[in-house]
Design a protein around this ligand. Structure first.
Ligand code: OAD
Length: 236
């Protein structure tokens, strides 16, 4: 259907987390016994870790980046692309992988940065695409500062949150998928907007159902239940 002033596409926002990429073979954070690929988060994903042991931090993210190119989007990522036929879709993701983009989603906002980019440790605006390359000690930005992963570490601010909140607030339909909602401010995005919004939560297991009073709760693997939800929304 063509877009017109009278009949604009409805706004559909997806807030995604590590669970949507789990079945592609990327480990989630909180399902791995408190360790992330064998490391405590404080060892590899904080500014303190970067100051203390930049070599280890670079090695950790270089390995994560290489792994990214060995995996593919799954049926969950692919289903979300179909929604664009009928809705004005924005995906706000906490994931640092690029599986939404590789599946074909056209509007993806990364809250916590992106594995395949580096940035200057001096000027956060200087961001460089890596295209799978490692970052090594000694690799510099154009100002001569060491490059670091383009990742929002624990304890750092989340620059994209203001834009993400505006987008989430404007949604007619919200799908929260594969996230424990344990990390703020990202988690707060699930609860913005008015009572008019249709809200769905998709997760392997929703432990705290009271938290999702205003949501339709859909339990199951994202790759199995998301395509069903998408089909339902497209025929609604
Ligand atoms: P978590 O690891 O905290 O949560 C993953 C969620 O996905 C859990 O609620 C699981 O139940 C669910 N899950 C697992 N497998 C699933 C599947 N196959 N289908 C559907 N759901 C599944 O990951 P996030 O909520 O994304 O931050 O974590 C948020 C942030 O904390 C991350 O962005 C990262 C992390 O530490 C930074 O790096 C700053």
């Amino acid at each position: 259907m063509p877009e017109s002033g009278k009949n604009p596409k409805r706004k559909l926002v997806v807030l995604s987390g590590a669970g949507i990429s789990a079945e592609s073979g990327l480990k989630t954070f909180r399902d791995s016994g408190g360790l992330w690929e064998g490391h405590r988060v404080e060892e590899v994903a904080t500014p303190e870790a970067w100051a203390m042991n930049p070599k280890l931090v670079l090695k950790f993210y270089n390995e994560r980046r290489r792994q990214l190119f060995e995996v593919d989007p799954n049926a969950g990522h692919l289903a979300l692309v179909e929604l664009e036929n009928q809705f004005d879709v924005t995906i706000i993701t906490q994931n640092v992988d690029n599986l939404h983009e590789r599946a074909g989603s056209s509007d993806v906002l990364h809250l916590h940065g992106e594995l395949d980019f580096a940035r200057s440790s001096k000027d956060p605006e200087l961001v460089y695409e890596l295209k799978g390359k490692d970052i090594e000690l000694g690799d510099q930005c154009e100002l001569g500062s060491q490059l670091r992963p383009h990742i929002v570490w624990f304890g750092e601010s989340v620059p994209a949150i203001t834009r993400a909140a505006e987008i989430a607030e404007s949604a007619d339909i919200l799908i929260v998928v594969g996230t424990s909602l344990a990390v703020y401010p990202a988690a707060s995005l699930a609860f913005l907007g008015t009572g008019e919004m249709a809200r769905y939560v998709v997760n392997l297991e929703v432990p705290d159902e009271e938290m999702f009073d205003d949501f339709e709760i859909i339990e199951g693997k994202a790759s199995e239940v998301l395509p069903e939800l998408v089909e339902r929304l497209l025929s609604s």
